[in-house]
Design a protein around this ligand. Structure first.
Ligand code: AMP
Ligand code: ZN
Length: 496
């Protein structure tokens, strides 16, 4: 099956064909680091980390680059307020962002370039654009000449004349010196108290749109990259302006596939730093396991608006809990299995051959109903999962496939099942969940820890001769399927 993505550039779902077979070059615009990231920023991180994991699972060697914008008006302003340098402030928040990413099980990028380390490359790009007539300097501010780029506007599909007249009304931008209202800044002169770099146009710093053009191609080692991604607010002007610079400089296409996630809303309004209606990943992490946040983010297709609410988070928590409980039961079945090897019936249920290897199958279509005919054994869930992921990264349906697999596990794996059978089913659940970055085998950690705590509490109650409390705890655990056994070595527990 081919992987297909919705490409913002062509407004259609297209089959994914990487430039170099077997390899993927992918760039995701990272956050501007002046405070803790909010869960809106976490959406592209989780979504595109999942895409990266899926492409890796499909056998691609993925080079994944995501930057940190570490010089910006807001960073400078915040640093001045705190009385620290912009570099100190951004370094602090890069560290904090990396901690949040790890807590959400977002893998570190192959490279995380910093804008401030790449100024030379940006100056070279701006110089090249100037030499080719695509940039002009007005008193130390260098602008991109949008009118000279015949393709300008191709990503956002905007009506440029409408935009131009709209901008013309906004005369107070302080950019009256521009040749055209749509021209954007490539280099800006320094202001008092701001970090600056030397350049042919005087001391100053690059514009934001120039940063990603340079960092993406440098660390992906390519003129044209496969995938460029970010939140949909970046389509215009950020990505439009990136395309303009790179394509006017190189004469070649910048990226083949442009992928954009929809917003994460709160109370149906976009969550953003500027509106102040955000929740940081850190705050959410105080109330929920961040795996719940990850599950929640993936429970909607990435191009659909997702609204954050306690209700939806609680239902995500319950859903993730269902998968974890199934895995925990499987662990128990594995530990207590009466036999090791697969029976013939179990082999059939898994769809594996005599050597335990998953058998290939071809999907046929029922000529009458048009429905797909797929084997009615465990293989169907991975098939459903991949089909969903191949279809423009439909993680919502991929989660459903995992649930169907969990149902299969709950029905088919019994106390008398073989160890190999329980292990195979467990591996299928943990593998598919792992592609979504979900950790579902928490045997040694959370679940057991909770039970151990309860047992300690019951022991303390018994010591204090509070037998009513001790019995209440035993009943509470029993309701959860945990049976306590008083043995000579102390209290033991097992799952019913
Ligand atoms: P910023 O730090 O604002 O440049 O944002 C970093 C990344 O987070 C970009 O890809 C943004 O598009 C994305 N982003 C910011 N806010 C949201 C939101 N509420 N929902 C989804 N993505 C967002
Ligand atoms: Zn960018």
């Amino acid at each position: 099956m081919a992987i297909r993505f919705y490409n913002t550039l062509t407004k259609t779902k297209e089959e994914f064909r990487p430039i170099t077979p077997g390899k993927v070059t992918m760039y995701v615009c990272g956050p501007t680091v002046y405070n803790l990231i909010h869960i809106g920023n976490a959406r592209p991180m989780i979504v595109f980390d999942t895409l990266r994991r899926y492409l890796t699972y499909k056998g691609y060697d993925v080079n994944y680059v995501s930057n940190f914008t570490d010089v910006d008006d807001k960073i400078i302003q915040r640093a001045n307020e705190e009385g620290v340098t912009a570099a100190e402030l951004s370094q602090r928040y890069i560290m904090e962002t990396k901690k949040d990413m790890a807590a959400m099980n977002v893998l570190p990028a192959t490279t995380h370039p910093l804008a401030t380390q790449e100024i030379d490359g940006m100056i070279r790009l701006i110089k090249d654009l100037e030499e080719k007539g695509f940039a002009y300097n007005v008193n130390g501010t260098v602008y991109f000449r949008t009118r000279k780029d015949p393709s300008y506007g191709k990503l956002s599909h905007k009506n440029l004349d409408d935009l131009r007249s709209g901008f013309r009304d906004l005369k107070v931008t302080g950019e009256a010196e521009k040749e055209d209202p749509l021209d954007f800044v490539l280099w800006k002169p320094k202001k008092e108290g701001e970090p600056f770099w030397k350049s042919p146009w005087g001391d100053g710093r690059p514009g934001w749109h120039t940063e990603c053009c340079v960092m993406s191609r440098k660390y992906l080692h390519a003129t044209t990259i496969d995938i460029h991604a970010g939140g949909e607010d970046l389509i215009f002007p950020h990505h439009e302006n990136e395309i303009a610079q790179v394509e006017c400089s190189t004469g070649q296409e910048f990226a083949h596939y442009w992928l954009h996630n929809a917003f994460l809303n709160i109370d149906n309004v976009k969550m953003s730093k500027s509106l102040g209606n955000f929740k940081t990943v850190r705050e959410v992490g105080e109330h929920y396991d961040l795996q719940v946040l990850r599950f929640f983010m993936l429970s909607a297709h990435y191009r659909r608006v997702l609204n954050f609410s306690a209700d939806i988070m609680n239902s995500a928590k319950a859903s993730l809990g269902r998968i974890r409980t199934a895995v925990s039961t499987l662990n128990d079945r594995i530990a207590n299995a009466p036999a090791d090897a697969l029976t013939d019936a179990e082999r059939e249920k898994l769809g594996v051959d005599k050597n335990g290897k998953r058998m290939d199958f071809t999907v046929t279509t029922d000529p009458e109903t048009g429905a797909e005919c797929i084997p009615q054994d465990m293989r169907q869930y991975r098939y459903e999962f991949e089909k969903a992921m191949d279809d423009d990264l439909n993680t919502a349906d991929a989660e459903t496939a995992i649930f169907n697999l969990v149902k299969f596990a709950n029905v088919e794996v019994k106390p008398d099942s073989s160890r190999a059978f329980a292990e195979a089913v467990k591996k299928e659940i943990t593998d598919l969940s792992g592609i979504l970055g979900l950790i579902v085998d928490v045997k040694e950690e959370n679940l057991d820890e909770e039970i151990e705590k309860k047992i300690a509490e019951r022991n303390a109650a018994r010591k204090a001769k509070d037998f009513a409390r001790a019995d209440a705890i035993r009943d509470e655990l029993l309701a959860k399927g945990i049976v306590l056994k008083d043995t000579r070595e102390g209290v033991r527990w097992e799952r019913k």
